[in-house]
Write a protein that binds this ligand. Structure first.
Ligand code: WTA
Length: 638
């Protein structure tokens, strides 16, 4: 694209600006030349919530359904129109103001997939507060860490919810986080709790969580909303934010253990999310869009909330899991709600493709037009199954490659326009300039394998890491000066198609959830029996990758089944259930170079169980015997 600036400004013209700015993208990626920064349309004033709601209502979409909500139990359902959503958002904006939340304050949101989640996000956007959504699958420790790091003033949560048969005591988890924060010297002013359990059905055999209310800090969502209704909501003022005012913080795993709070700002993110949802899902007025990603992840932010609403789409919010009550749930919902655009993950596809084909074909999928995937590389059999069985060979498949940091897709086909190749995210999105460099940072042309970087800024990119701009520069801009480095490796083929292989850093991708190995190692080494630990990614047939942990125990300790369970539980508690190691391998030592660096390359081969793999040069290791011992002690699946 010759003039990305002109293009992005023409996209922005379709949105509402209280004050326009003629400035486009301004940026510097080269830290050797000065401060790394990115700006888009500096000086303009707008509001994300206004663009999602009032702007669409003025276009006549007031009575259009914004969200269809389907609960965990089949038949628990509701809908909300754009007009109703605006009323709820305005009320909740007033609730936040009454609680003392002001422009620039951080609001932590720890909610299941209920309608209050987008309402709370949009209410923050309306008053210029910054939301920090924490995925409801995270543990108390992880939540506390995020609240503390962002200095959130207030927490929005719910009493509890169910995932399949499993009850999640969300409020109890939030209370624990609350006291961890207190011990760290950071107190939250107030907690607003949605009473969700009362209005949903309890799955058979599940025990509803017990909920404690702390009179000093807690209040109920409904009570607060009633109080707000008595006020004149016409006065619920919209905050006209500057283009570069932060819209939200979203945490993602960091290499050093502490998560990174990526900051997305208003105009650039809004423009990018709007255009991405519009073009990649070819948004049409009668669409029913279902993004299955939890709103707690970036895909849920950009497509489940902002991209969908900015385009005036009807979208689905599903609180359950794809295999409850059985593995046909997704296809039942596609039929029931006449879903036309479905955006899901390779993990979901892989877990469903092993079921009998009738579980899919018994339900009508005639309305489906586009099938999108994101989060990890999709293997060919999964791609083909999606295309053939789910899509009946008549749907476009869009494999979209992006990151929390990028705000929206970077490599993606455009449906109907880009010929696809199974497993390739194909070509760059508008104005995106991918570069593949070797380990020395030299850009390579033509067919090549390399480190995936981007040479030019795009409006949707994160601007910084909350409270730590130096870490932002170090993580993304220092490996290859002048370029944004994704941390992924990719190949470009003879047709200039990109094939993203996976992380080249110490991250692992479990069912599309990005985790850092050091974050898990940190939990393991804090366990009183563990002297040393190393975690690597091991391949898994449905989850893509799983953590495989090597632990060296302190003298006189033995790795019993109970201890393995305890160690796994510790990771569940400290990070979240999805981070628990699949395997805990008791080791007598770890392979290290003479300079003391753990050779993860070797550990990866052992975790993969690939006896034939070439271990490379092992002469630099302190103790070559360790490798033989690791092979001998390699456990079968635990
Ligand atoms: C991986 C999710 C291959 C990649 C939106 C990236 C992918 C990380 C794809 C970001 C894809 C995402 N093909 N790999 N289509 N999409 N990834 O921050 O490793 O949760 O860096 O953002 O997921 O994960 P994140």
């Amino acid at each position: 694209m010759e003039e990305p600036n002109k293009f992005w400004k023409s996209v922005a013209k379709e949105l509402h600006f209280e004050k326009w700015s003629d400035k486009g993208l301004e940026y510097n990626f080269d830290h050797q030349k000065g401060e790394v920064f990115v700006k888009f349309m500096e000086g303009a004033k707008t509001n994300m919530a206004y663009n999602c709601l009032e702007r669409n209502i003025q276009k006549g979409l007031g009575s259009k359904i914004a969200y269809i909500w389907e609960g965990n139990e089949p038949g628990d359902q509701m809908t909300i129109t754009y007009q109703e959503l605006l009323e709820q958002v305005s009320k909740f904006a007033e609730v936040l103001r009454t609680k003392g939340v002001k422009k620039g304050d951080v609001v932590a949101i720890y909610l299941p997939m209920t309608i209050e989640l987008p309402i709370a996000m949009l209410a923050c956007a309306r008053i210029g507060a910054i939301h920090s959504v924490v995925f409801a699958g995270f543990s108390s420790d992880a939540l506390a860490n995020r609240i503390h790091q962002a200095k959130a003033k207030i927490l929005i949560t719910a009493d509890g919810f169910y995932r399949g048969h499993k009850a999640i005591d969300l409020k109890t988890l939030a209370d624990k986080a609350f006291s961890i924060c207190h011990d760290q010297g950071h107190d939250i002013d107030s907690v607003i709790m949605v009473e969700h359990l009362k209005r949903i059905r309890t799955p058979q055999g599940a025990i509803p969580p017990e909920v404690k209310i702390n009179k000093k800090t807690d209040s109920l969502w409904n009570k607060e909303m009633e109080a707000a209704s008595s006020k004149n909501l016409q006065t619920s003022k919209i905050e006209w934010n500057d283009s570069e005012d932060p819209l939200f913080i979203l945490y993602t795993s960091g290499s050093t253990g502490t998560p990174k709070g990526l900051v997305h700002t208003t105009t650039g993110y809004m423009t990018y999310a709007y255009e991405a949802a519009k073009k990649i899902f070819d948004s049409k007025p009668d669409d029913v869009f279902w993004c299955t990603a939890d709103i707690g992840w970036i895909t849920g932010h950009t497509f489940g909330v902002y991209g969908a609403l900015l385009n005036g789409m009807t979208s689905m919010l599903f609180e359950g899991v794809p295999n409850y009550p059985d593995a046909s749930r997704m296809w039942q919902l596609v039929e029931k709600y006449k879903v036309s655009k479905l955006y899901t993950s390779p993990t979901a596809v892989r877990s469903l493709m092993d079921c009998p084909t009738e579980m899919v074909t018994d339900y009508s999928r005639d309305t489906l037009k586009i099938l999108g995937v994101v989060g990890e590389p999709i293997n060919r059999p999964a791609w083909r199954w999606l295309h053939k069985v789910v899509g009946g060979e008549k749907c476009a498949i869009v494999d979209t490659y992006w990151q929390t940091e990028t705000g929206g897709p970077m490599l993606t086909p455009l449906p109907g326009a880009t010929p696809t190749k199974p497993g390739s995210a194909t070509m760059p999105f508008f104005g995106v300039d991918p570069v593949l460099v070797d380990d020395q940072g030299v850009a390579k042309k033509g067919q090549i394998d390399g480190n995936l970087c981007f040479a030019r800024a795009w409006p949707g990119m994160a601007r910084t890491i909350w409270g730590d701009h130096a870490r932002f520069i170090k993580t993304y801009f220092s490996t290859f000066p002048g370029l944004y480095f994704t941390g992924d490796g990719a190949r470009r083929d003879q047709d200039s198609y990109y094939w993203v292989g996976g992380r080249v850093d110490d991250k692992l991708n479990v069912s599309g959830h990005l985790l850092s190995t050091s974050e898990i190692e940190c939990v393991l080494t804090h366990h009183p029996t563990v002297q040393e630990a190393a975690v690597v990614a091991a391949p898994h047939p449905s989850k893509g990758q799983v953590p495989y942990a090597f632990v060296v125990l302190k003298q006189s300790r033995t790795l019993t089944a109970d201890l393995i369970h305890e160690i796994k539980q510790e990771v569940r508690n400290k990070i979240g259930p999805f981070a628990a190691p699949e395997v805990v391998h008791g080791a007598c030592g770890l392979p290290k170079t003479r300079s003391g660096k753990i050779t993860r390359r070797i550990l990866r081969i052992i975790a993969e169980g690939d006896h034939k793999a070439n271990l490379g040069d092992t002469s630099t290791l302190i103790d070559e015997q360790v490798i033989a011992h690791l092979w001998e002690t390699r456990p079968d699946v635990q």
